[in-house]
Design a protein around this ligand. Sequence first.
Ligand code: HEC
Length: 137
Amino acid sequence: MRTLLILPAAIVLLATASAEAAPRRALLDDFATQAKAADPGFTGFSASRGETLFRTRFTGGKPETPACTACHTASPLKTGETRAGKPIEPMAASVTPDRYTDPKKVAKWFRRNCKSVLGRECTALEKGDFLTFMISQ
Ligand code: HEC
């Protein structure tokens, strides 16, 4: 009897969760675990802090890439461009549905881009905030 009650709820959940939601959730959970380990006072990610990270001009990295927006444009909804002029699909999850679904890709580009822009790797808090912002866009 109990199974009969739970089943419809499970079906609704499965139907509403998109194929992209599960890997993104796993990534965010992972960053949250790391952020909590770094700071026990961690209470969750913030899309607005993520947006600030996206837009801030830093001085610690390469002079030609002072901000994430240097390649990704000021709008997450727009197509960006590499230094070599190759197009970069928009960062907003609503426009590019396969964004942030491959943990290896996410790790590789955070490492590379944070070093270029900030001159260091991003913290788990920064990565979680950035993803939270882009997933909300
Ligand atoms: C020098 C150009 C450049 C800059 C500056 C840059 N990026 Fe990127 N970024 C790229 C390229 C190229 C890719 C890979 C192509 C793609 O995903 O379409 C990428 C991909 C990513 C991805 C992987 C997206 C996915 O689909 O999994 C993340 C995350 C990311 N960038 C974050 C950032 C952050 C955060 C900053 C600022 C701190 C930043 N990028 C600045 C060029 C750049």
